[in-house]
Design a protein around this ligand. Sequence first.
Ligand code: AMP
Length: 230
Amino acid sequence: MALNLVVLGPPGAGKGTQAERLARGRSIPKVSTGDILRDAVDAGTEIGRRVKSVMSRGELVSDEVVTAIVRERLDRPDARRGFVLDGFPRTVAQAEALDSMLEGRGPLLVIHVHVPETELVRRLGARLICANCGTNARMPPSAIGGEQSEARCERCGGPLVQRSDDQQAVVLERLKVYHRQTEPLIEYYRGRPTFREIDGAQPPDLVADALAEAVERARKGATAAEGVRQ
Ligand code: AMP
């Protein structure tokens, strides 16, 4: 059975890192709309030029643009065995579009990663990203609030920089946008047998274990619901 997975949660919940780990372990693609949009901005494509200022303010890009990006990506052959979505859906309209894209492609599992707000603000203020390969890293505590870190990426040796939308005013805006536009998705999915929640405030290895376990439980939920329908 294909593993069609959405990792849902606020900015700073560790979704990207966890989605990446899980997708690599299962040899399926991780599809991050934030990464795709940042690449488009860096490459100066037409979409990149259109979304740049919206992203830098911490607001959401239009449903039409992101939905078209995801539809095209999930149609590629490597996503037929499954995928891990990170950062999509972010609105109920996107979730509805995703449901219709997946008709006939097996169940959609949704895992909500829960992290308290104070921890999110702390994490986002200390997050760095590799300017080369996009890998997330943490700022050494001594550098928080000070000069840019001189640390290099563990994976490729590239320079680590702060994402422009991780600056404090933008972080607060992104959290506000999350509460207003994305949190309603938890209720959209909660009643499904394929929805699970995990505690994202633990160390990353424990979150990874909790995620893997939640995926198995959600899969069992899908199988049981299928049995009832037959
Ligand atoms: P992320 O890396 O997921 O935090 O995304 C960074 C930024 O990209 C967001 O603050 C939005 O401006 C934009 N973005 C990413 N995914 C979506 C989405 N599904 N819907 C709308 N905007 C998005």
